[in-house]
Design a protein around this ligand. Structure first.
Ligand SMILES: [Zn+2]
Ligand SMILES: [Zn+2]
Length: 340
């Protein structure tokens, strides 16, 4: 379903369209949000990638748990701890991705995309807790270091888990960009942070093997914990910005402005009160369109349709609101504040 331009709708069809709107739950609701919400014609949807990350997290957790168990290393254990968090986080992300796909309805007329911020925020909080667990295990080992066993076998398992993480993380990064999903991006970042953790722990264990200095093991574990806290804090911060309706980022905002500048020059009109908003993978743009007051409704609406179309074409899943006003009327310029 798409919204036809009014110029293309014969006069006798328009009332029928209005009836359809009413039957859908009210003529005041934006039909585009309703119709686009469920539009997912991609071959592999974001949810499938979510399941891929669940499977990866479970596999790496198993590999690392074996490595930690046979070596008795606290740093390898901290690495496995991080994977437990990844499993929980990946499952949460799948739930969020499923909910985010729901079409907008009467209760949530702006769609469900922002639910992804809950999962990434919770995920961030969760990994900070995991870091606490690692510190709890590592401190006693600093006081009384314990030797590590079967180092070589342990390292083989860690290397296998790391290779798997690298491969899947690259797949997820690409999918996250394509679907503009913060949940998939968080998943991918997790797997990569897991990789760096494993690389660091791998180096530490290798150093223990070469030098016999067992204190390196709990030291490495504490470094892992510090890095996990850093990632968790940034994930929580990102989710909070999303819940506070952050505007478009630099490059995206620039594209919108360039598009409006081109339209203003082309039609000799003006724009003001531009407001952009990110909501998970959806984008909202609101802008006032100032045209000569003598224009007909038809002329003005045709222009608004063009403006909305241009802006919607900048990125998928974008909702545009325009407000048409006469450029000669001073009141047109008094309405640019948030309170209007
Ligand atoms: Zn319209
Ligand atoms: Zn205005």
């Amino acid at each position: 379903m798409s919204s036809p331009t009014s110029s293309a709708v014969p006069a006798e069809v328009a009332p029928a369209a209005r009836e359809r709107d009413r039957a859908r739950g009210g003529q005041y609701r934006d039909h585009r949000v309703v119709s686009n919400g469920a539009a997912h014609d991609e071959k592999i949807g974001p949810v499938a990638y979510g399941w891929l990350s669940v499977a990866t997290a479970l596999t790496t957790l198993a590999l690392k748990a074996v490595a930690a168990w046979i070596t008795g290393s606290v740093s390898l254990m901290s690495d496995a701890f991080e994977s437990i968090v990844n499993v929980v986080a990946a499952v949460l992300a799948v739930v969020a991705l499923r909910v985010a796909q729901r079409p907008a309805d009467d209760k949530f007329p702006h769609g469900y995309e922002k639910v992804e911020y809950f999962s990434s925020g919770f995920e961030g909080a969760l990994i900070v807790v995991a870091a606490g667990g690692i510190v709890f295990e590592a401190i006693p080992r600093l006081v009384a270091p314990e030797p590590i066993q079967s180092i070589d076998t342990g390292l083989v398992f860690t290397a296998a888990a790391t290779a798997l993480n690298v491969a899947v993380a690259q797949v997820l990064f690409r999918a996250a960009r394509k679907h503009r999903s913060i949940a998939l991006e968080a998943d991918a970042h997790h797997l990569m942070s897991d990789v760096w953790t494993s690389v660091g722990v791998f180096a530490a264990i290798l150093a223990v093997r070469l030098t016999g200095w067992h204190l390196l093991d709990p030291f490495a574990a504490l470094l892992v914990a510090a890095n996990i806290v850093r990632i968790g804090v940034s994930l929580v911060g990102r989710s909070m910005r999303g819940l506070l309706d952050a505007g478009f980022d630099g490059e995206e905002a620039e594209k919108v402005r360039a598009s409006l500048d081109a339209l203003a020059a082309k039609h000799a009109i003006e724009f003001h009160a531009l407001r952009t908003r990110q909501a998970g993978s959806r984008r909202f743009i609101a802008v006032h369109v100032l045209v000569p007051g003598t224009w007909t409704v038809q002329h003005g609406h045709d222009l608004c349709e063009e403006v909305e179309h241009e802006l919607r074409d900048l990125a998928p899943r974008t909702t545009v609101f325009t407000h048409l006003e006469p450029i000669e009327d001073p009141r047109s310029f008094d309405d640019q504040h948030l309170d209007r």
